[in-house]
Design a protein around this ligand. Sequence first.
Ligand code: GMT
Length: 377
Amino acid sequence: MKKAIGILCYPSVGGSGVVATELGMKLADRGHDVHFITSSMPFRLTEYRPNITVHLVEVNQYSVFKYPPYDITLASKVAEIIDLFDLDVIHAHYAVPHAVCADLGRNMAKKKGVAVVTTLHGTDITVIGQDLEMQPAIRYGIERSDAVTAVSESLAIETNATLNAHYDIDVIANSIDESVYYPMRDERLKRHYGIEADEVVVIHISNFRPVKRIDDTLAAFAIAAKDRKMRLLLVGDGPEMGQTRRRAKELGIYDKVIFAGKQEHVAQLLAISDIHVLLSEKEAFGLVVLEAMAIGVPSVVSTAGGLPEVIQDGVTGYIVPTYDVKMAAARIGELADDPMLRERMAEEGIRDTRRRFDSNEIVRRYEQVYERVCARH
Ligand code: GMT
């Protein structure tokens, strides 16, 4: 049955924002009435789409407040939108602050019986969850939700371990927009970056936070590229960028590194790449690995979090122990030397993306959760 769904998410570039926005767009395509309640326009929402309304949360900077009251303003907006549009469900992406705000908002609303579904994306458990001061808020967000989903089995397990709980968590993986990420090669862009035809391109895409361990990617690349014609394409920006540039110089690989900066359209960059690398120390799912896989670029990933649930070791890419730079270098080297191996893994990866991460199937899973919680109210 069609539902009126409010979505609370961080709209900026980042896995959870992408997943929430893509889900909202798919739900709208399937006839649901979707309301994004957020601080700015979700970046993937670039064109008009029927059944989608974006409600912006404007925080007043009253001089009496030391801190702008974002969470209270958001909760108040949630209440307003519930009553104006007769919402059935609020889908909060992240327990803190969104699940807490969703619960507060539904209690403020005149309409009663609105369900809250919360999706855990990782950072709320693996980073914020480590802060004991925040644990009561995370627990509250989870316990007040009518259903909780996590983007990987590993995150569901870690959530219960971190919070010393036995929450019933539905695992629903990330998915991608298949009209953007599909098998493609596009060699034209290589010229723009001065990449020669016989150079193997290794790509890393992230928000350059410490958790991504960019130093390990640089060190592994430096070993692998010693006797090989290779380039490292770094896409993204963040707090580790300064250190990344310094380290690349120290390792003597600066000339081999292309700093592409923050990019919203990474499909074209993946299409000129041969190997994708993500050696994070924490990674709930690794949406970018799925994006690479859908385009046909095999990944070398660490054992962190949900990454082993995305890559099948030796079939669709390679999994190496977190922090094991030598092993990562060896796997990158193996792939660099063997175009046939890359081709085989690319084909397996494309097949696996369609088999296990089909976006229509993933949306159906969320719809089932909405049905279940609404039936209870
Ligand atoms: O990777 C990040 O730091 C961004 C973060 C976010 O909040 O958008 O991504 C998280 O959510 C994604 C979508 O579910 C997952 O694919 C990422 O693995 C997860 N990041 C981490 O767990 C570090």
